[in-house]
Design a protein. Sequence first.
Length: 94
Amino acid sequence: MLNENEFIMLILGIGIVFLIYVYRSKIKRIYGWKILLFGFYMLIAAGMCTVAEELILNSFLNVMEHLLYSISSIAVTIWCWKVSSGLWREKTNE
């Protein structure tokens, strides 16, 4: 059975992906924006697996969901660490 809250979270995440596309020039000003967006996209992919696992390939998509959540968390952790410690200095095009 499809969980409504998981589906709603996926729709909201896809809406944010649209906003990322619209404001991509502003997002590129953030230090380490590539790894930050990578983490977010992995989070969205995990949400897709969450919704799809109710319909097909339950075990496989459950493993993929948790793997993608882990990758997302690691990517955002690396971004936070590098940005806060000053190790990451990308040049911005302003």
